[in-house]
Design a binder for this molecule. Sequence first.
Ligand SMILES: Cc1cc2nc3c(=O)[nH]c(=O)nc-3n(C[C@H](O)[C@H](O)[C@H](O)COP(=O)(O)OP(=O)(O)OC[C@H]3O[C@@H](n4cnc5c(N)ncnc54)[C@H](O)[C@@H]3O)c2cc1C
Length: 604
Amino acid sequence: MTQYQAFEHDVLIIGAGGAGLRAAIEASAAGVKVGLVCKSLLGKAHTVMAEGGIAAALANVDDRDSWKVHFSDTMRGGQYVNNWRMAELHAKEAPDRVRELEAWGALFDRTSDGRILQRNFGGHRYPRLAHVGDRTGLEMIRTLQDHGIHLGIDVHMECTVAGLLKDGDRIAGAFAYERERGYFRVFRAKAVVLATGGIGRAYKITSNSWECTGDGHTLAYDAGAELIDMEYMQFHPTGMVWPPSVRGLLVTEGVRGEGGILLNNDGRRFMFDEIPDNYKAQTADNEEEGWRYCQGDKSARRPPELLTRDHVARCIVKEVREGRGSPHGGVFLDIAWIKKHIKNSEEHIKKKLPSMYHQFKKLGDIDITRQPMEVGPTSHYIMGGVRVDADTQMSGVPGLFACGECAAGINGANRLGGNSLSDLLVFGKRAGEHAAAYARGTKTGAIDEAQVAAVAKQVLEPFEREATGETAFAVQHDLQDLMQAKVGIVRNEADMAEALGALQRLNERARRAQVEGNRDYNPGWHTTLDLHNLLTVSEAIARSAILRKESRGGHFREDFPKKDDAAGKVSTVVRKGADGAMEISQVPIPEMPPELALIIKEMG
Ligand SMILES: Cc1cc2nc3c(=O)[nH]c(=O)nc-3n(C[C@H](O)[C@H](O)[C@H](O)COP(=O)(O)OP(=O)(O)OC[C@H]3O[C@@H](n4cnc5c(N)ncnc54)[C@H](O)[C@@H]3O)c2cc1C
């Protein structure tokens, strides 16, 4: 009999980032018993790192903004393969979710007449991002936590879920281990909400925290849910490239929103070279107009630095590949140049971008008020994830919900900056509400001790292995190199086929990776367990990317550099076959209703 501590909740939420906390608040407000599990300490989830802001059409800075423009921008940014219903709900509900956050105590930056200030961001037609300097995620987490903590949510910190438990087809709970002592916990629950965030740790260069190992994606997949759109991986154009120890650390798009420009080693603003056709009408064609836009001139169009992330990242890669990069393999991002236009520019930059100022000063000895930064693409966000119902966020497994970055649909092939934080609020709330309703209408499922024993065995098995000299850290390192080189920003068939073979070998190595010591405080053991998740999501990305023979958003194929109309009508779905092998297929994207299609047409 497996030794564990047992807990029972109506709704169990796995993950305490913005999505998990918002879901927990909503479920708890509905009067059901809620448990919240997270790998790190409460308040430390990756959301805390979010910088630039929350996208919501509040129209505080530009009254031309509306949910319709936000919807249309999101669909255009996602290259029209988004789940249009999610994009609609998101655009309509985000303003209320931001106002609610304010009512719960979030202190946003203000307009001169006291309303929530909004800033420019890539792909958003009007200034739309509610923000708190460049520390928006911190304020969001602080507010949700303060609000949620009074609702009687049971929090289980530093506890990693290693498997979901089922009663027949439906969800029955989850199996977890405590990170400190390695003791086991079994959670019995009527509904489970996955809110585990992203997968960035599958790549060598990433902006993501250590927690982002694709756990929710893999837990759902192993439990029989489908993953969708896994080929769409976002590389943020501006991560630090120097010094090496912080390579990949994010440089917020807020820098470009405040007027920052991208330069190559000739000092040329290369972003004007290539403006995609579908953005030409909305993009400035000269520097002076771009600057006026950043200053709020409503007659000006946005500068090309604020085109979507997929495009900006590829333009940077092109400059570097063609020998026009910066000394450490990036390009230059210059905000200091605004001194030409603003008298007290140094103070202005420090006020608008305090974290960026400190980040570069402390880590790179660069004063961004006087010197340009060196930046390059960094893996940042996965658009793909658990396939869910747009309105309820329930997956194909009854009682299993997903929200936030581990769920898919709203962003299509490319996410606009700021749309994640609003996604967490809108769909976190919906997941919490519908999970609570589901729990109310059902009995608790039975916990099957044989399933518990099977997960416990898997989790402890690494301690039984013979000495092989292989370590989980070495396997993870090689996986990150592989994904970066072969399934990265620019892809082709041969590289990805090679990656699939290499993934197979890495799986074999992962099964041999040795664990030293015992269950107490053992990061080597934790990393060994993470490998299953990282390898599963990596395989899903590679297989999906091979199947999509076109280029779209965060998926760029140099062997198929154009968009293909037929491919734009289908989504890629991954599921676990009866024999345990990964199955992949394409499903049609449902036709958009005429009233939404009309909005897109009207917005031009
Ligand atoms: C540096 C940076 C800046 C960003 N800035 C912005 C921005 O300005 N605007 C914007 O919209 N987006 C931004 N993003 C993206 C955005 O922050 C993320 O997409 C978002 O925060 C993800 O939130 P989440 O709630 O889905 O997951 P997370 O915040 O990643 O939380 C995941 C939670 O799940 C838990 N967890 C994971 N696995 C397990 C497991 N097995 N068992 C138990 N718990 C588990 C973790 O401990 C954590 O609590 C930024 C991203 C980065 C990296």
